[in-house]
Design a protein around this ligand. Structure first.
Ligand SMILES: *Cc1c(COP(=O)(O)O)cnc(C)c1O
Length: 405
């Protein structure tokens, strides 16, 4: 095969490390809520690049910001700082509980930084015995060795032993289980306000409040992994704002860059002071291109109009899913918050989430699974009523196709 032959999906199977089995279509262009493949077929996008494209594809203001920055300065490393990163840090601090920010390039790296910081904070203040991390079954925190070990899905750590130690997993939303294992040897509790990959399962407000109280009682750091729930996804800039529970550390990525890779660890002054020069680092983190785009994403997302749209489209989507369910009886529950929604399949369709996604794609609709039993939807936060209505028409047709197959 010559290096200049036409690009096809088949080439993937020859040249890529086989960690993925992507769809047969190859996307070539995106605009707003629509994507087109090599054959010119159009798809409505309720996948959003896995909760990343929070302003859709090729948003004109993001394109303008990125191209302006591309003509200005691409990269200088952290040997130097830059204007976009300082602007971005100030915006995140002004909009949240945080006093300081560490930038990186992905969700896994943001969690890696958070877990390292929590360990060092405990070691510096209380001694090395205080190193236990409490995490939850089905949690997802990324794919580095530390973050897969903290995550609660055994399939992601198989074959990678020896794993980092000192991590205890307990059932999600089970405060008594946390109370039973937490002690003065605990350095951190890490939790997703809504488990995303684990099946779109919201934490109850009492659970999050209880975690805060237990962490306070044992001088442990509370980490909210908002990589998927952050940047407007659940209807507020971050999900913690609805729970009334303030973490010590919050991690953000996915929608933060609207499609440009960036991650961030937000932290209060008390915990941030543990890191000194050289404690942690990254070559690309806080890169001017990524920072400029993320700064514009915040400006566009963090507005009352955007949150009103998220609430309205969320209600439209939930009603649409319920209507489909009234007709076909496929879902056991519709859950989630804002525009991170899951439809859990009932017993008759257990394990078949992938079939619905494949059927949807063949009918011009992109959506996601969250495990084998849950359909997941994470559209652009600025999706309009008409596009979402059309997406629901296509989803209904996909459900009909699976049910009638
Ligand atoms: C996607 C995700 C991550 C990992 O982010 P990457 O950018 O893939 O490293 C971590 N935590 C949660 C909750 C996520 O949804």
């Amino acid at each position: 095969m010559s290096a200049s032959s036409p690009i096809t999906r088949a080439i993937f199977d020859e040249v890529m490390v086989p960690t993925y089995a992507p769809s047969q279509m190859v996307a070539v262009r995106g605009e707003g809520n629509r994507v087109w493949d090599q054959a010119g077929r159009e798809y409505l996008d309720l996948a959003g690049g896995i909760a990343v494209n929070c302003l859709g594809h090729a948003h004109p203001e993001l394109v303008a910001t990125l191209t302006a920055q591309a003509k200005q300065l691409w990269h200088v490393s952290n040997v130097f700082t830059n204007e976009p990163v300082l602007r971005l840090a100030r915006k995140l601090i002004a909009a949240t509980f945080a006093d300081r920010v560490f930038f990186c390039n992905s969700g896994a790296e943001a969690n890696e930084a958070a877990l390292k910081l929590a360990r060092k904070h405990a070691a510096d203040h209380y001694g090395p015995h205080k190193h236990q991390i409490i995490a939850f079954n089905q949690a997802f925190h990324g794919r580095t060795l530390f973050t897969v070990s903290t995550g609660g899905q055994a399939k992601y750590t198989e074959g990678y032993a020896p794993l980092p130690g000192g991590i205890t997993h307990v059932p999600f939303n089970d405060l008594a289980a946390v109370a039973a294992v937490i002690s003065d040897a605990t350095c951190a509790v890490i939790v997703e306000p809504i488990q995303g990959e684990g099946g779109v399962i919201p934490a109850t407000p009492e659970f999050l409040a209880g975690l805060r109280a237990l962490c306070d009682a044992h001088n442990a750091v509370l980490i909210f992994d908002e990589v998927q729930t952050g940047m407007g996804r659940t209807g507020t800039l971050y999900a913690y704002m609805q729970s009334g529970v303030v973490p010590d550390i919050l991690t953000s990525a996915k929608s933060l860059g609207g499609g440009f890779p960036i991650g961030a660890m937000l932290v209060n002054n008390k915990v941030a002071a543990t890191f000194g020069v050289g404690s942690h680092g990254t070559t690309y983190g806080g890169n001017p291109l990524a920072s400029a785009v993320a700064g514009k994403v915040i400006d566009l997302v963090n507005t009352p109009e955007m949150f009103a749209n998220i609430a309205a489209r969320s209600a439209q989507m939930v009603a649409g899913l319920q209507q489909i369910n009234d007709e076909f009886n496929v879902f056991e529950a519709v859950r989630g918050q804002g525009l991170l929604l899951g439809a859990a399949l009932n017993a008759a369709y257990i394990g078949r989430a992938r079939d619905f996604v494949v059927a949807a794609e063949s009918l011009g609709l992109l959506c996601l699974v969250a495990g084998p039993n849950v359909l997941r939807f994470a559209p652009a936060l600025n999706i309009n009523e008409a596009d979402l209505a059309e997406a629901l028409v296509r989803l209904r047709a996909a459900v009909a196709a699976v049910v009638q197959a």
